[in-house]
Ligand binder design. Structure first.
Ligand SMILES: [Zn+2]
Length: 399
């Protein structure tokens, strides 16, 4: 039967875009051989279908038009009253730009304490699409972690002396210093911020989105921190966003109402990435003027944007407020608020998922078909990846 199904798929135009997942094969077998499909599976498919449709910003009628069905048919799938054929499932996956396996994955993750770092214009629709991508990545990651015989990620733990209440920026400077000390980071630049966070129980996801109003978000699952940043931005901005999102998490229920949360998180990000003792040592405690070259050298050393460094110098009262304002005006006049001079900071990469996946494969915690399913690729693509063939050509799908 499967051979027949493969043949049929090969004849469709979609065959080159949809890989033959193990889940689809099983599903096809189910609906061909069993008169009544398991209600649990229908409910999972229905929930997933609705989730993907909403994330794509499509109404029932929009989706029905694309896949050439009635909107009532789609509604019945979503309500779990009936189930789509394998062919229709493939059409739905293509229309909604999700992989087939997505429809079979039980929904387990709900995001708590979500804080979006965004520009004003991020629309509700874009926000749900980002949450959808994030949930998918998190679900795959947690599924993989659960296949390990012992948990591969240690829980995040705050330093023992962490304050219950945070009242001012001076306390935030001290928190950043203490966190650096407790993580044994010294006073130098943190070169691989994502890895540092991951090794302390903070899961970091880098999502590929064209949404230019999205900077990042922090959320929790079972009280454990999750940080999400976008591929859209240069490395220096991504790093600042990771540190900013980390602050949102560690400040939960501790920040005095007198403090603005965004300003507090920005202050922590600056202090954590560029410790004040280091700035005092390099720049001095009080300056009348600052050379552009000084900012550029600090940027290259600490992988923090020149504009963030200007703010840092003002926050530490190394330069006066009036000089800072003047500096920013001249900075913008050169167009540096759009593109800063100097070498671009390399983007942050979240390697952890792939490292964990190939580790699990090597140790046989998972088999090749599970690995392919988690990577949303075909078995042949996985085999090529294992042999490090065409690795640079392979792009990981969003779900
Ligand atoms: Zn924020």
């Amino acid at each position: 039967m499967c051979e027949f199904f493969y043949e049929k798929l090969h004849m469709t135009k979609m065959a080159h875009t949809i890989h033959f997942s193990a889940s689809l094969q099983k599903y096809h077998f189910f609906i061909c051989c069993k008169p009544i499909i398991n209600r649990g599976i229908m409910s999972i498919i229905g929930t997933r279908l609705q989730q993907a449709r909403k994330a794509a910003g499509m109404s029932l009628r929009d989706l029905a038009t694309v896949v050439k069905l009635s909107h009532t048919a789609i509604k019945k799938y979503e309500d779990g009253d009936t189930y789509p054929s394998s062919d229709i499932l493939i059409k739905l996956a293509k229309a909604l730009q999700v992989c087939i396996d997505f429809f079979f994955r039980p929904a387990k993750v709900s995001l708590e304490n979500v804080k979006f770092r965004k520009r004003k214009k991020l629309q509700g629709k874009a926000e749900s699409a980002i949450k959808f991508t994030v949930i998918n990545q998190i679900e795959r990651r947690l599924e993989l972690e659960n296949l390990y015989p012992t948990p591969p990620v240690s829980p995040f733990v705050l330093p023992t002396n962490f304050p219950q209440e945070i009242n001012n920026f001076e306390e935030i400077e001290v928190i950043a210093e203490n966190l650096r000390a407790s993580w044994k980071l010294g006073f130098d630049a943190i070169h691989d911020l994502t890895d540092v966070c991951e090794s302390h129980g903070i899961r970091v996801f880098v999502i590929d989105t064209d949404e230019e109003h999205f900077d990042g978000l922090s959320t929790t699952i079972d009280d454990q921190p999750i940080i999400v940043i976008s591929t859209k931005w240069p490395g220096d901005r991504q790093r600042f966003n990771v540190a900013h999102e980390l602050a949102h998490y560690i400040f939960i229920n501790r920040l005095s109402p007198k403090l603005d949360e965004e300003q507090a998180c920005n202050r922590f990000a600056g202090a954590f990435l560029l410790p004040r003792e280091t700035v005092f040592q390099i720049i001095g405690k009080e300056r009348r003027t600052i050379e552009w070259q000084e900012l550029l050298l600090l940027k290259e050393q600490f992988q923090l944007s020149m504009s963030a460094i200007c703010y840092r110098l003002k926050d530490l009262m190394i330069i006066k407020e009036s000089y800072f304002k003047n500096l920013i005006i001249r900075f913008r006049a050169r167009g540096w608020h759009l593109k800063e001079p100097g070498l671009a900071t390399p983007p942050e990469k979240a390697h952890t998922f792939n490292q964990m996946l190939f580790h699990a494969l090597g140790e046989e915690y998972i088999g090749e078909s599970k690995a392919a399913e988690l990577l949303s690729c075909s078995l042949s693509q996985l085999k090529a990846l294992r042999q490090v063939q065409n690795s640079h050509d392979f792009t990981y799908q969003r779900c």
